[in-house]
Write a new protein. Structure first.
Length: 104
């Protein structure tokens, strides 16, 4: 079982520390350091900074759409509803487009 109390220390660039929150800065910095081309970030500003850093970006809904297309039995409508109940904000237009792309 992984040690959940273990912290990962990432030496983020001053630009990233000042441009986005610490979680997004760490994701972007790790991707840059390890040559990872695509990151998962939902925040609009974080996505812009990741793009400006030369990274491709996907979000939670993109991951769910890819899983559904790969045959995983899930409902985008249900997933979006559960995300919203937990306080995750999604633009109505983005949610509607994801539902349309999922064929629901």
């Amino acid at each position: 079982m992984p040690d959940l109390d273990r912290q990962i220390v990432v030496d983020t660039s001053p630009f990233l520390r000042s441009a986005v929150d610490i979680g997004e800065a760490a994701v972007i910095q790790i991707a840059l350091d390890r040559g990872i081309q695509r990151v998962a970030i939902d925040d609009r500003h974080g996505r812009r900074v990741a793009h400006a850093s030369g990274l491709s970006v996907t979000g939670s809904l993109g991951i769910l759409l890819k899983a559904k297309a790969a045959g995983y039995p899930l409902s985008l409508c249900d997933a979006i509803s559960r995300m919203r109940v937990r306080g995750i904000w999604l633009a109505d237009a983005v949610a509607a487009e994801a539902i349309r792309l999922a064929g629901e």
